[in-house]
Design a protein around this ligand. Structure first.
Ligand code: CUA
Length: 347
């Protein structure tokens, strides 16, 4: 879990520790609660239409429950603290039980049911024709992302999604082997990725920012180590980015980078990874054409710096248990450095 936490803190520093009179434990609890309600991966800080609806339902439920809870506690306190009122007959007591115990809960829960159901059409609404379409496959344990452009072109990348703000986007979700669940809490609800079928999810980001997505279904040893970043930006910035992603890799011109490229190809990395513009065209692992420009490494578990590339390549199996990529810790440090320089430069 340590690398995951590290990666989360690279985006948003933790708030200073709150040291209250209750000591460290309550202070830590308060801090955790506050962090959970804010930040890049929270249903309570919505940045999409579906997430806003879900957050609304949550807060109305909290408010209603709080009122009912306070009323019940007040009645209980009254019964405990004050002597019984004389002159109340059995009929009044029965009416209290019928109205307070059956009629009132039915009305309240019925109102909540109606309010919840009204949100369903919005949550299930398909994206209008012509919307941006992105196919995402849950792999063990990373995300294969394919932008399906209107002209039929497909751009493959991994572990990062960018979206234009204010536009609906349709996700086509599947998996080649085990069941995962695709979830971007800030933007909307989760949807299962099931082998053999394609599930659809429409999201509609409403504000720009960098958010985090996660797998929400236990899928194996490294289930907790498959995350991704979602960048919501203005249309113009998104267009520039997608144009860059469609282009082949910008290959290194410096000596270290060129040596790294030769080592990358010579060690057979291209059998599993593609780097468009080179002979590396493997499809088993993530596409690395623009890996140096991503916000994280190893599907959200490491920051993306040259030292992180070295760490990842040398100890993959240690960082992500049961991952298919073998560790290349047997390579001399100078070779690891060169490969890291090559990959880090692929922006
Ligand atoms: Cu994929 Cu859990």
């Amino acid at each position: 879990m340590l690398p995951l936490l590290r990666s989360a803190t690279t985006l948003r520093p933790m708030p200073p520790t709150i040291q209250g009179p209750g000591g460290r434990a309550p202070a830590a609890l308060v801090a955790c609660t506050l962090v959970a309600c804010d930040g890049v991966q929270s249903t309570l800080a919505p940045a999409g239409r579906s997430a806003e609806l879900v957050a609304d339902i949550f807060w109305w439920s909290v408010a209603g429950s709080a009122i009912v809870w306070l009323a019940v506690i007040a009645l209980g306190a009254w019964a405990l603290l004050f002597p019984p009122v004389r002159g109340i007959g059995e009929g009044s007591a029965n009416r209290l039980i019928i109205y307070g115990g059956a009629v009132f809960p039915t009305i309240v829960l019925g109102a909540y049911l109606a309010y919840g159901l009204h949100a369903l059409p919005v949550l299930l609404d398909p994206a209008p024709p012509g919307s941006l379409r992105i196919a995402v496959s849950g792999e063990q344990w990373w995300w294969r992302v394919r932008y399906l452009l209107p002209d039929g072109e497909e751009i493959t990348l991994a572990n990062e999604i960018r979206l234009p703000v204010g536009e609906p986007v349709e996700f086509l979700l599947d998996s080649p082997d085990v069941i995962h669940s695709f979830w971007i809490p800030s933007l909307g609800g989760k949807v299962d990725m099931i082998p053999g079928r394609t599930n659809r999810l429409t999201l509609h980001p409403t504000r720009t920012g960098t958010f985090r997505g996660a797998c929400a279904e236990f899928c194996g040893a490294s289930h907790a180590l498959m995350n991704f970043h979602v960048v919501v930006e203005e249309r113009a910035a998104f267009d520039r980015w997608i144009e860059g992603q469609a282009a082949p890799a910008r290959l290194p011109t410096d000596e270290l980078g060129r040596r790294g490229q030769a080592l990358f190809l010579g060690n057979g990395c291209g059998a599993c990874h593609a780097v468009r513009g080179t002979i590396a065209n493997g499809g088993i692992g993530p596409d690395l054409t623009h890996v140096g420009g991503r916000l994280s490494l190893g599907a959200g578990i490491l920051p993306n710096g040259r030292a992180d590339f070295v760490r990842w390549i040398a100890s993959t199996a240690h960082l992500k248990p049961e991952v298919r990529m073998p560790s290349f810790g047997m390579l001399p440090p100078a070779d690891l450095e060169a490969i890291a320089a090559f990959l880090d430069g692929l922006e």
